[in-house]
Design a protein around this ligand. Structure first.
Ligand SMILES: [Zn+2]
Length: 840
């Protein structure tokens, strides 16, 4: 029988990942584990900065072995990273990573919390981080998380004592956690929060250290560990058929957009936490001095007497035999005064009661999305799979209407019915709450204080089932979902969402104009309902013009699209701004684009963001036309160069020979080409030959380690970790007379305005005197870095190395980046043209 049980557990565990909306149907061993957790009254809060910072081994261990209520507070949602599985970046990437964190917690048993801090990209120092974040607001959110979650123990992932040695977000997370530990119980701190929660003093705070923080295992062996606690987190769970570290790997592997899919591990593994503050630890027990039994709560011992007996005598073949005791404990629980424990444990116990009677409640809509005023049919299923008497007394529909049922739910007899609901006139569309308003670089704006810290927007379309179990009333709330099937996938679930009656998008997010000629811009309108009629116009900067002024919108069916074209004309000289469509339907206006995010490992997401595109009229002159591009790790520089009129050919390494190269005015090497192209070293002689004969070779950054050749340039050049992460860092011209800053475009300080995310990375830090450094820059408090743009004349041509982040600035439509790049391509071209003429 036990073997059967294990198989069941595994099946449930694996199935639940791809189908997060599916109602849970737990096995007896899962019910038993829930009961064990119900009988442990203690909690752990793990604190770090990003999705993937969290140590899933320790979270899984605390949640599944210790049985503590465990949460991960990630200060940010990871908007600033890269996406390895799809095109979403920035806000949309943050939405994916939020869901990946929730998926990871679904595996390791933790809960997930956030603050309003935005991951704005790499930061070298917490001083910078805490300036770009609103320090007071983020600290307030950490305090709020502690006051609401009420952890006994806090564990920081990072060390608050070593600023500057890791990402500034990391150190900041630890520093804020240290401060919040004291403030959470201070009644003069963040008093507004006390309307929605209460003071709390965590017992102690630790830092989750590791041998690799000390450089090597040997060095760590010698460290005094009297202040540390050690866990063997390799513990094996027979009820799951998994080791804790296997569970942790499964959880980490949810971070797919970061490429965290990994092999699982088994066997003994050590984990260390270092005591930082609070009440000292006894007997290596992080909960020492805290009663984690039911005696912790006034009035709890009677509840404990009942529930420990159920745990000790648990019937794995028929958990419903425990219903009378569980209900008795539930009634006792309603009488205890401590609101925190009452709310928390009532929720857990109610879920266990539901599981023990095998109650299955599902509300499936016939469609997965609807708009205001639309009528939607809901198919409702309810079934009691036990011999306990159950009555479905009534339901409350998502619109708040109570419908009396009084149906006896007989054992294993399915009861189904339909309800038709009309979506309310003023229904709010489904979208992440933290993206409702445009935030700052460092912070999301959240108007509703009740939403701060929540992992996602609470679903508003729910149905309440009022059920009598063994003569005791319970209310179970279930979200409206859509259940459907696909022949090649089987049964699937999707969240039910409200979308606006009209949404709109411009496909190109940045439109570059290299002259004053007008461009056609396509705008796509999507209808959320039948018979959509109205008009659409395109807002634009004052010195730009758009025709026609307006188009008619007329779409017959829900879900259909209509495309309209506007002619956008730039001014005569350089200018940039935003264009954005507005749809007028009756007395309502719509200006948002509807993004849909569909991946198998997370629930389907819809996100509404203002539809806008940046338009840039470049003041740009160019010499040279044909560019050969050698792609490295992948970037959109070729497309960007085509947008400003260059002809770009992507070169394969095998095509490279001096004669073929001679048809190009410049060869541009993509980012990290010298890290990713195995055979590029064999092509260097031909490339340098091409330069010697008059070509320009422009090499964008490669990482300084893992280079595929020692000679990326014809003269000695050493790459380094030097980078300037402040995109507004001042740029000094070392060589203001150099052609590259003067021809054909005169480069000024203005060309370094409006840069995004950073100036650049992996600058050179040593070079042959054949190279001329052009620019000098540095982050605050650092020495000047002169290796961001280096030029060497080699024969009749030029070799250029640049760590400047053109690959980021081009897609953001930064005009100065385009003008500087045009100068790099044009370098020496005037002379060369003359020379070519002389030779004719
Ligand atoms: Zn991180």
């Amino acid at each position: 029988m036990h073997k059967k049980l294990l198989l069941l557990v595994l099946a449930v565990l694996y199935l639940s990942y791809g189908n997060a909306q599916k109602p849970k149907t737990p096995s007896a061993s899962q019910i038993y584990e829930s009961l064990q957790k119900l009988n442990f009254l203690g909690s752990v809060l793990y604190v770090a900065a990003h999705p993937d910072d969290e140590n899933t081994r320790l979270i899984a261990y605390m949640s599944n072995h210790v049985k503590a209520r465990t949460a991960y507070l990630s200060l940010t949602r990871g908007d600033g990273g890269q996406n390895l599985i799809g095109p979403e970046i920035r806000e949309l990437l943050g939405v994916i990573r939020t869901q990946e964190l929730l998926a990871a917690r679904g595996v390791d048993g933790g809960e997930q919390l956030f603050t309003r801090a935005n991951d704005f990209g790499y930061s070298k120092h917490p001083d910078e981080t805490l300036k770009i974040w609103n320090k007071n607001d983020v600290l307030s959110d950490v305090v709020l998380a502690i006051r609401q979650f009420k952890p006994d123990v806090i564990i920081n992932r990072f060390d608050h004592r070593t600023p500057g040695t890791t990402h500034g977000h990391h150190t900041s997370s630890a520093m804020l956690s240290m401060e919040a530990f004291d403030l959470a119980n201070d009644k003069s701190a963040y008093t507004d929060q006390l309307n929605q929660t209460s003071l709390w003093q965590p017992k102690r705070l630790f830092y989750n250290t590791s041998w690799w923080r000390y450089g090597s295992r040997e060095k760590f062996d010698k460290v005094d560990k009297s202040n540390m606690i050690k866990f063997d987190i390799g513990t094996y769970y027979p009820l799951k058929g998994l080791s804790n570290n296997e569970l942790a790997s499964l959880a980490s592997s949810q971070h797919l957009c970061q490429g965290f899919g990994r092999l699982s591990q088994r066997g003994t593994q050590e984990e260390y936490i270092e005591f930082l503050k609070g009440s000292p630890v006894d007997n290596n027990n992080i909960f020492s001095g805290i009663d984690t039994s039911w005696n912790r709560v006034l009035g709890g011992s009677a509840i404990g007497d009942i529930l420990y007996a159920v745990e000790n005598n648990f019937d794995f073949t028929n958990p419903s035999v425990h219903i009378p005791q569980l209900i008795e404990a539930y009634k006792h629980l309603q009488n205890i005064e401590d609101e925190h424990w009452k709310t928390l444990k009532s929720k857990e116990l109610k879920a266990i009661i539901e599981m023990c009677v095998g109650l299955y409640l599902e509300v499936s809509a016939e469609t997965n999305w609807a708009t205001s005023n639309e009528s939607v049919k809901l198919n409702i299923e309810s079934i009691n799979r036990s011999n306990i008497p159950l009555t479905l007394l009534s339901i409350k529909t998502p619109n708040g209407t109570s419908v009396s049922k009084n149906i006896e739910l007989k054992s294993n007899i399915k009861f189904t019915f339909e309800e038709i609901i009309k979506i309310k006139e003023n229904a709010q569309p489904t979208t992440p709450y933290w993206l409702n308003k445009k935030g700052t670089l460092g912070m999301y704006i959240v108007d509703n204080p009740e939403q701060i810290g929540l992992p996602e927007t609470p679903r508003v379309y729910n149905m309440d089932f009022n059920v009598l179990i063994d003569n005791t009333p319970f209310t179970f709330t279930k979200p409206v979902i859509q259940r459907y099937s696909k022949p090649d996938k089987g049964e699937l679930y999707r969240p039910f969402e409200i979308i606006p009656e009209a949404s709109v998008k411009i496909t190109e997010k940045v439109i570059i104009f290299d002259s004053d000629k007008s461009h056609e811009v396509s705008v796509v309108i999507k209808s959320g309902r039948h018979d959509l009629k109205g008009t659409i116009e395109l807002c634009h900067p004052e010195d730009w013009s758009v025709s026609p002024k307006m188009h008619k919108v007329s779409i017959a069916h829900k879900g259909e699209e209509q495309t309209v074209i506007f002619n956008v004309t730039p001014p005569k000289t350089g200018s940039e701004g935003f264009i954005g469509p507005i749809i007028h339907i009756g007395d309502k206006d719509y200006n948002k684009e509807l993004f849909e995010i569909a991946y198998e490992h997370i629930p389907f997401q819809t996100v509404l963001l203002p539809s806008e595109s940046k338009v840039v009229r470049l003041d740009i002159n160019k010499s040279g036309e044909n560019i050969g591009y050698i792609q490295g790790a992948g970037d959109v520089v070729p497309e960007s160069l085509e947008q400003i009129g260059y002809k770009v050919k992507i070169l394969k390494l095998e095509d490279i020979n001096t004669e073929y190269l001679s048809e190009f005015d410049a060869i541009v090497v993509g980012i990290r080409a010298y890290n990713t192209l195995d055979d590029i070293e064999f092509k260097q002689p031909q490339l340098f030959d091409y330069v010697a004969q008059g070509g320009n070779m422009i090499v964008q950054y490669s990482k300084s380690y893992g280079l595929k050749t020692a000679n990326i340039a014809p003269y000695s050049l050493t790459l380094s970790h030097d980078r300037v992460t402040d995109e507004n860092a001042s740029v000094r011209f070392i060589n203001p007379k150099h052609e590259i800053l003067n021809s054909p475009n005169k480069i000024t300080q203005k060309d370094f305005e409006g840069w995004t995310q950073e100036r650049g990375l992996y600058f050179a830090n040593a070079w042959s005197d054949k190279f001329t450094p052009i620019l000098s820059m540095n982050d605050n408090g650092e020495t000047a870095k002169e290796g961001s743009l280096l030029i060497a004349q080699h024969g009749k041509g030029y070799f250029i190395y640049t760590g400047l982040s053109f690959f980021r600035e081009f897609p953001a439509g930064v005009s100065g980046a385009y003008r500087l790049f045009a100068n790099m391509i044009s370098l020496g071209k005037e002379d060369m043209n003359l020379e070519a003429k002389r030779n004719d």
